[in-house]
Write a protein that binds this ligand. Structure first.
Ligand SMILES: [Zn+2]
Ligand SMILES: [Zn+2]
Length: 280
């Protein structure tokens, strides 16, 4: 099979009948609307396509068709695969299609990013999605992502990171001069900047950080195709409200803005959801 071009509607035939489920050829696996499936690509050397089934139909001659919504792999996106994209990363696209059910090879699970990072073992059928993707423009939603480490990159769940007990930022071992083996053996880690800072001692002495504590976060605003960071923001999280101040890079004027949302730590990671108010 081949993906049709985005925005080209498939031909609609009459005499169709909606089906509750479809059994994948040669298996006893049932596919229903809402399930995620792997589909045979047109190029046998490529990994399978991933889609979410929206509707299953049989036509007058009993050919089964699935209405699906494509997930794109990073390499299929206009911006291409980036360093922070994980091997199992998918983008939920706005590209809908109709395909023959025969192209379905198996089922898979597309987790939320948070749930995926909490999996004890990642199976072949496990994927995750943290961005929606507009196939025609190459734009992602959300277009703001939390960044970590000296290299200021979004989190790639395939890469080991260590958390500094002082600033709570996460670091790639290589970025702080460690091997992965050394990082795995660490019980405690304090980054170089925090090692020379007295405030760390306070937080190590029983002032355990909780999500309600003030936490500094850095957020990068990416351009729509995520090829570059257009603005770096620093923010304080105070009781779940993120307040930040930023400088417009192109102009000299200082802007004050509010980034409001909630924050919580899941599996040792800081997750921020927010809405932008003020500024632009
Ligand atoms: Zn790094
Ligand atoms: Zn630190």
């Amino acid at each position: 099979m081949a993906k049709t071009r985005p925005g080209v509607p498939s031909k609609i035939k009459t005499g169709r009948k909606e089906l509750d489920s479809y059994t994948i050829k040669g298996t006893n696996k049932l596919v229903r609307a809402g399930d995620c499936v792997l589909m045979r690509p047109s190029d046998a050397g490529k990994p399978p396509y991933v889609a979410r089934v929206e509707k299953i139909e049989a036509d007058a001659r009993n050919n089964v068709k699935v209405h699906c919504r494509w997930y794109y792999r990073p390499e299929e996106s206009l911006g291409g695969r980036r360093q922070f994209h994980g091997a199992k990363e998918l983008f939920l696209s706005d590209h809908f299609d109709v395909q023959s059910a025969h192209t379905i090879e198996g089922k898979c699970i597309v987790h939320t990013f948070k749930n995926y990072t909490r999996l004890e073992n990642v199976g072949a059928e496990d994927y995750y999605c943290r961005f929606e993707y507009k196939a025609a423009t190459g734009a992602f939603t959300p277009d703001r992502v939390a960044v970590y480490c000296k290299c200021e990159m979004p989190y790639n769940p395939d890469d080991l990171m260590v958390q500094c007990e002082g600033c709570k930022d996460w670091y790639h071992p290589a970025c702080v001069g460690m091997t992965i083996e050394e990082a795995k053996k660490l019980d405690h880690f304090v980054c170089a900047e925090c090692s020379s800072d007295d405030d760390v001692k306070k937080s190590q002495n029983g002032f355990a950080a909780s999500p309600a504590d003030d936490v500094k976060v850095r957020v990068s605003l990416f351009c729509k195709c995520m090829c570059k960071i257009v603005q770096k923001l620093e923010a304080d999280i105070n009781n779940g409200i993120v307040v930040f101040r930023w400088k417009r890079s192109a102009e000299k004027d200082n802007l004050e803005g509010f980034l409001m949302g909630t924050s919580h730590r899941g599996a040792g990671k800081l997750v921020i959801t927010w809405k932008l108010f003020g500024g632009d």
